[in-house]
Design a binder for this molecule. Structure first.
Ligand code: SF4
Length: 215
């Protein structure tokens, strides 16, 4: 049984998952809970008199309110996302298990809260795989299809709705196979920006593109 977080790591880089497992490196970085808790405080954060200088957001208060206000206007399940029927639920599917930070009820949909930054559009691959894993596990538990998931970036006031497309599910299955079959260090990524942000880059021995450009 694979964990959602291992699948997300494998989607980032399967060699990174190899290091993480080898070093049993599963402690969350400091500050994670403070950022995640923002996803349960949206109405308070949107209030005109909220002091956004005292919360761990990564945008100016004006831009933050604008992004969150646009999510509120755009998302048809905003009320459920703000006050979800179930919170921090452990899901156990056929192939993977992990925590969905929110569960919406009808139709069922998981929401995953990311502490990172969002891309311009859509979501990055690790969050896509994690959200798909949560949707799959929820579908297994409820014995019915789950066609939608949400990924929230509360430090940026962004919420992205994902459809469980054929392509997204295929990427999830490829990642699942990679995580299952990991029995030695996979090849390093080559000239990839992901290595710049990777905490294992020293032991991995890769040189990021920016470092290479300095040499
Ligand atoms: S430094 Fe790059 S290749 Fe090495 S584990 Fe990290 S992301 Fe993967």
């Amino acid at each position: 049984m694979q964990s959602f977080s291992d699948l997300a790591t494998a989607a980032y880089c399967s060699r990174k998952l190899y290091y993480r497992r080898r070093e049993d490196d599963y402690d969350p970085p400091p500050g994670v809970e403070a950022v995640r808790s923002l996803a349960f405080r949206y109405p308070e954060l949107l209030a005109p008199d909220a002091d956004l200088d005292t919360v761990p957001i990564e945008r100016s208060p004006t831009n933050y309110r604008s992004a969150l206000g646009s999510a509120k206007a755009r998302l048809d399940r905003w009320e459920e996302l703000v006050d979800p029927p179930e919170r921090r639920v452990l899901l156990e599917g056929k192939d993977c298990r992990g925590v969905a930070h929110k569960l919406l009820s009808e139709p069922p949909a998981p929401a995953i809260v990311s502490t990172g930054s969002p891309p311009e559009r859509g979501v990055y691959e690790p969050q896509s795989v994690r959200a798909t894993a949560a949707a799959k596990a929820l579908a297994w538990e409820r014995k019915r299809p789950v066609e939608t998931a949400y990924v929230e970036y509360p430090a940026y006031g962004e919420i992205r709705r994902l459809r469980m497309t054929t392509r997204r599910k295929a990427r999830y299955r490829r990642t699942l196979r990679a995580a299952r079959s990991l029995d030695g260090p996979p090849p390093r990524l080559r000239n990839d920006d992901r290595c710049r942000a990777c905490e294992y880059r020293d032991q991995c021995g890769t040189r990021s593109r920016s470092l290479r450009s300095l040499l």
